[in-house]
Write a new protein. Structure first.
Length: 116
């Protein structure tokens, strides 16, 4: 692998200069381990987000998705992708990143009744 070869060459060719220390080597190894951990976590979070946006656009809960996995299932609450999104996040795009329930950023419906 290209990354590992370059990492090994960095230490074996003496490119670290005269000020090589064991702490510097440990720092480089820890940086590499941290980089790998960040890549792995980024992939997992991306997969997790993809799954939840899919069920958001289908207007299903996680339990509904798991119960109906063996056969095709169309949620009776499905309003279409954009209306499902607005139902969860509200109509004001300025409030989408923030979990605030201000008048213009409220989700559609009251938790018991929803527009059909």
């Amino acid at each position: 692998m290209w990354l590992i070869d370059n990492f090994v060459d960095y230490f074996s060719n003496g490119q670290f200069g005269d000020s090589f220390s064991i702490l510097g080597a440990i720092g480089r190894v820890l940086s590499f381990i941290l980089f790998v951990a960040i890549v792995v976590l980024s992939v997992l979070i991306t997969m997790f987000s993809k799954f939840h946006f899919r069920i958001l656009f289908e207007n299903k809960t996680t339990i509904e998705n798991l119960e109906k996995k063996k056969r095709p299932y169309q949620s009776q609450w499905d309003l279409g992708k954009s209306r499902n999104f607005y139902q969860v996040f509200g109509t004001n795009c300025l409030f989408w990143p923030f979990p605030m329930m201000l008048k213009s950023g409220r989700p559609m419906g009251n938790g018991i009744e929803w527009p059909g």
